[in-house]
Design a protein around this ligand. Sequence first.
Ligand SMILES: C[S@@+](CC[C@H](N)C(=O)[O-])C[C@H]1O[C@@H](n2cnc3c(N)ncnc32)[C@H](O)[C@@H]1O
Length: 368
Amino acid sequence: MNDNNNNTFTLDETGLRNAWADTPISEWADALIDAANQRMSGRHHGDLPRWRAALGSLPELPVSRIELDHEAGVAVLTDADIAADKAAADDDQSSTDAAAHSATQSIESELLNDTAHAYPELVSALQGLKPWRKGPYRIADVTINTEWRSDWKWNRVYPHITPLQNRTVLDVGCGNGYHMWRMRAQGASSVLGIDPGVLFMLQFQALQHYINDKAVSILPLTMETLPTNMHSFDTVFSMGVLYHRKEPRAHLAELRQAMVPGGELVLETLVALGEDESELNIEERYARMRNIWSLPSVPLLAKWMKDAGFKNIRCVSVDITSQLEQRTTDWMPYESLAESLDPENKALTVEGLPRPRRAVMIADAPQN
Ligand SMILES: C[S@@+](CC[C@H](N)C(=O)[O-])C[C@H]1O[C@@H](n2cnc3c(N)ncnc32)[C@H](O)[C@@H]1O
């Protein structure tokens, strides 16, 4: 993105082309850039100047280590942070349990007191990009305690996938890119994320400002506006997107078109209860969300995937979302899962439907 001062969105085309050079994505550079420009043309976003100002005010930091798999999230650390962490770990050495407890505590008890931090301007720049939904992240001594513990989702997913070493990866609906950094940490050679959310894009840029890894990039596209028949990605992730689509089967067909023959699909989505091929149609809202259309049972979802041509389909995890995984924090101060559940019966949403449960499905694209 260029840092111009109006409320329209422009791409840093040269930066993207350079980032994609020597990857299979480069063949599609013109088509991707055209698609993104077309999607954003004429769109104005009232908050964009403010978000750009926040991004532009990120201070330079003496970064000495990037840890994409840090226990406190994707982490950008200075020597002072590393020394402080070591001192804290030495204090906790008496018990491994105590150390693990303290790592969790440090995410949960982070206070937004900018004067207590080594770089107060870092805190205010990052606060200018609130709400932060996906994370956590740690930049110097600031822990961005996001609404979601996205690391928990990653822990449910990555033990089951084909190792990402040297693979070209697409993350559909990547949000601010949290999982893209985790994918890169597993050795993916390039990771492209697409997401229509403009704030997410700026949050991604804030991390990229420090991590500066050209193998990870993002475009403001929906899956529907990605060029068709790319057949370029070894692994395609679609996590938390299917239920936002009125035509979920079309989404599965689009995912397949993006994949190389024999590539791997990792699909994570909300599902309905049920051991038969059934579907819960949502009339108005689900867990207070308006943009949810229907929830398939796992067997119906598997059938949809089979109909879309996928092979070797398996469900590797079904998990009820807990209020520890999705909650209000200093960095996302609005209502969260707690307010979406029936206060009298936490097994139900406020609409009286079964509370959110999410499945992880893995499948292969056919060989031809
Ligand atoms: C629930 S969030 C999931 C974010 C992340 N993938 C995760 O699992 O934590 C859904 C994301 O999908 C994006 N999204 C919604 N519809 C989409 C579409 N048609 N194509 C691509 N992304 C979409 C939203 O902007 C949002 O960031």
